[in-house]
Design a protein around this ligand. Sequence first.
Ligand SMILES: Nc1ncnc2c1ncn2[C@@H]1O[C@H](COP(=O)(O)OP(=O)(O)OP(=O)(O)O)[C@@H](O)[C@H]1O
Ligand SMILES: CC(=O)C(=O)O
Ligand SMILES: [K+]
Ligand SMILES: [Mg+2]
Length: 570
Amino acid sequence: MATAAAHSLLHLPAPKPGAPAHLAPATLGLPGRRLGRLAARCSSGNGDLTAFPNPNGILVAASAAPSSSSPIDVDVATEADLRENGFRSTRRTKLVCTVGPATCGPEELEALAVGGMNVARVNMCHGDREWHRSVIRAVRRLNEEKGFAVAVMMDTEGSEIHMGDLGGASAAKAEDGEIWTFSVRSFEAPLPDRTIHVNYEGFAEDVRVGDELLVDGGMARFEVIEKLGPDVKCRCTDPGLLLPRANLTFWRDGSIVRERNAMLPTISSKDWLDIDFGISEGVDFIAVSFVKSAEVINHLKSYIAARSRGSDIAVIAKIESIDSLKNLEEIIRASDGAMVARGDMGAQIPLEQVPSIQQKIVKLCRQLNKPVIVASQLLESMIEYPTPTRAEVADVSEAVRQRADALMLSGESAMGRYPEKALSVLRSVSLRIEKWWREEKRHEALELKDISSSFSDKISEEICISAAKMANKLEVDAVFVYTKTGHMASLLSRCRPDCPIFAFTTSTSVRRRLNLQWGLIPFRLSFSDDMESNLNRTFSLLKARGMIQSGDLVIALSDMLQSIQVMNVP
Ligand SMILES: Nc1ncnc2c1ncn2[C@@H]1O[C@H](COP(=O)(O)OP(=O)(O)OP(=O)(O)O)[C@@H](O)[C@H]1O
Ligand SMILES: CC(=O)C(=O)O
Ligand SMILES: [K+]
Ligand SMILES: [Mg+2]
């Protein structure tokens, strides 16, 4: 309900000038829904849950799941894509959707899954744990009952400076010249007029009269005019909308101020509790906000390994602070993937530097074989409007052209008016740019450096590079890879071949993790060391489901045998 109110505050009834009456139907997909009765749809009550955690904290379904009875599992939305478009034309770029009040109900989540959501993200900055639990379980239930394979990503709050909750108000408008108080005191709701709570204890001490205070990287701007104990009086110099928990940065002489706030822990005590929660709910990815060094990633990874034996939660480093840019390579090496978090990054460095840094991070991740997500404001105007700006489409195209593994929706899917339409724009732009790239035969000359440390890994790496090259030259229909850990599948994805990669793995958690990687179509299948029988079995299962046909040309790899074969489907 809070967001619905914020929404009406933001809503402009007039259509956007120059907006076309329609896009191609394929671009628009399902009609957007208006935000209404959000609270009811997003109820965190457990009454309607049939899924529950087993003693290991991994979610299991109470009802018989279709997956357990099927000899081969693939995400139903991907299967539909394969059948409809033929597998040379399936989407290679993966899509992450932030779930929020606009999309937390079972119908909305299902619509996103149908629309191609590969990963659902919950942001621990917003909402309480019960709410997050209900979303995570609803996603798991959707997978169990309807045959999707949507992975779950939990994003930590981190301890950068941000505003409080606005005492329950959905938004506040700051007008030019108004005097507002930013205070480290805690207030009972409702807050006094024009008062904002700041979460960082040292705030009143660190700021100086004359500093500039930026809300959300410039959505509103204030000048500090007086300090009174815990209260800091500021004059609004750029009017704007203040949203709950908006990020705050303060600037002096044109530079962001890094005082004691630079020493804030990357993972706060609240974040550790959220991480425990994520481990017990069996999330697939934990994205760490405001990473500064590789140490914190290593620390978290060993914590996860100790806490969740056997499960393999991947740790994604969010690159969004100045400090992370200084230690980029070591951070990415330590992580299982990275996110170009352009929202906060753009509040910490000049905006004009963001595009080149994005490109640098995407390339580096590809070199180091780590999946990379490009995030924030991809389709920001679609929070309000049913069609994107031309500039947004160009931005999305550029991320696809850079061959990032994944694109992410934030407010567009969390609290926007058109979550499904935004997702379908990402889908159709990805498909179009990928096709264009293949047609133009733009095999980019990115020289992939050696990354393997052992000789055995080196063999796998060379096999994948050769297989991808062969796949392009022979114009094969698909590369099949049989992989227990997923490593060989990711090495293939790194080569960005022209055809899709069918990744067969025995474990559902590996399968979900592979959802974030470019060009991979993950299948769960039990298989043996005997490639001949694996292949025959796979061919007959896939043929029976209409996913391949006799005569299709396939290259098959296996990480058990480190083998490579080329054949036509019999
Ligand atoms: N669980 C939620 N409950 C309420 N609102 C949410 C929720 N998740 C997201 N939102 C809304 O969607 C907006 C965009 O989401 P997003 O996850 O990008 O958050 P953010 O506040 O910009 O933080 P971050 O830098 O971590 O991305 C948020 O500012 C918030 O208004
Ligand atoms: C995604 C995120 O955290 C950001 O862009 O700031
Ligand atoms: K966050
Ligand atoms: Mg951020």
